[in-house]
Ligand binder design. Structure first.
Ligand code: ZN
Length: 404
């Protein structure tokens, strides 16, 4: 039964990710938008008919589940069953679960889609040109202070003009979540996410308070140093991500970025390098800027019977190379997990998924640092960190694939 469910869910996932990726390529095309919506509707309809599977699995007593897991063919699925059963205390009666799933199309996902399409359609007037958010974000890290300030203010103004839409989206999503969390009896807004990530609320709370306590020692001290390097009494919002003075502002061609990232991966492990190479050869990466394309970056695992795809908006900066290295880390992990584990078991919580990507990012950062000859601050660019990437999603059964 698990195998049949897995095969069905993989088929739904394959169709769903195809529509999703087509849509990410061009969110402004109404034909693509209509196709994406119809596919989502059809998938929800089918998913709603097989929803009973997970619900009934969770209604079984622990002893019964353990008895069934004595069969080695079933035992293989133990991690997936545990991840599903983790949500057991928060499960609602079947009819309510079904209603929530079907209503999510016109609820939460419709609001998320409105946000994505509004952001993709945003055109920001700057110096007589109409720029996309991706293009303006790049100008916000220009070495020229005036350019950074103009870009930041133009972006703020353009967002301000949409404030009615954005505040309605935010407030609606927050209320929608509050209602569902209350029905499901989650103690805190973060609880459902933590449960999906297989990490306890207390652990995350301890992490957050430790990071907060370190603000003066790390962030404040760093920004003070940076203000000094930039020769400013204090940093304005548009100086926060400014390159350090003397940092080379050259354009890194795509071929060089490919070379840098692949050689960093290969140096660590030739096997890892081989898996990574496919992404460029096949190619499985959508790199150039286009109007209407989804902003940010993500790695989509699709399903193990296909292969992952990466989306980046490559503009030739060091941070773009780091983003490529990050998404490629996800991609390599997704290829290996899919091949080894199959559809249901390949799914990983974000806490684990980000380990692979940050690892790939650090390999690349170290390679860039090792290649740097100058020993002064600003000679090598700092890693872009986790800022400015695509949003993370952890969806329902048919489309559980995470954008990371
Ligand atoms: Zn990531």
């Amino acid at each position: 039964m698990l195998k049949r469910y897995e095969a069905l869910d993989e088929r739904l996932g394959k169709i769903g990710s195809y529509a999703q990726l087509l849509y990410a390529q061009d969110m402004s095309n109404p034909d693509v938008g209509r196709f994406y919506q119809s596919v989502q509707e059809r998938i929800t309809e089918i998913a709603s008919r097989v929803l009973f599977f997970g619900l009934e699995l969770n209604q079984l007593d622990e002893a019964v589940v353990e008895g069934l897991l004595a069969d080695p063919a079933a035992a293989r699925y133990r991690p997936w069953i545990a991840a599903t059963r983790a949500f057991r205390p928060h499960q609602l009666p079947d009819a309510q679960e079904k209603l929530l799933l079907e209503k999510s199309l016109t609820g939460r996902s419709a609001w998320v889609r409105l946000f994505d399409e509004t952001m993709a359609a945003l055109r920001i007037p700057l110096d007589g040109r109409e720029l996309t958010s991706t293009e303006v974000l790049a100008l916000m890290v220009s070495p020229e202070r005036k350019t950074r300030q103009d870009a930041t203010q133009a972006f703020g103004k353009a967002l301000g003009e949409q404030v009615r839409v954005f505040s309605l989206i935010t407030n609606t999503l927050a209320k929608d979540k509050e209602v569902e969390d209350r029905w499901r009896k989650y103690p805190r807004p973060i609880s459902s996410r933590n449960l999906g990530n297989r990490v306890e609320d207390e652990v995350v709370a301890a992490l957050i308070s430790a990071v907060r306590a370190a603000y003066p020692r790390l962030a404040h001290r760093y920004y003070k140093l940076k203000a000094g390097w930039l020769g400013l009494p204090h940093l304005e919002a548009w100086d926060r991500n400014a390159p350090l003075p003397g940092a080379p502002d050259r354009q890194i061609p795509w071929s060089e970025a490919t070379q840098t990232v692949l050689s960093a991966y290969t140096k660590f492990s030739p096997d890892l390098g081989k898996v990574a190479e496919q992404f460029f050869e096949k190619p499985w990466i959508d790199a150039p800027l286009r109007p209407g394309k989804a902003p940010g970056a993500f790695a989509h695992p699709t399903v193990p019977s296909a292969h992952p795809y990466l989306l980046v908006n490559y503009q030739g900066k060091v941070r773009d190379v780091m983003t490529l290295a990050h998404e490629l880390g996800h991609g390599v992990h997704q290829v290996l997990a899919g091949k080894e584990q199959g559809h249901l078991l390949a799914d990983t919580p974000l806490t684990l998924a980000e380990t692979a990507s940050v690892f790939g990012e650090m390999l690349t950062f170290r390679a860039l640092l090792a290649a740097e000859k100058e020993k002064r601050p600003g000679a090598a660019a700092l890693p872009a960190g986790l800022q400015g990437r695509g949003h993370a999603e952890h969806g329902g059964s048919a489309n559980r694939a995470a954008f990371v």
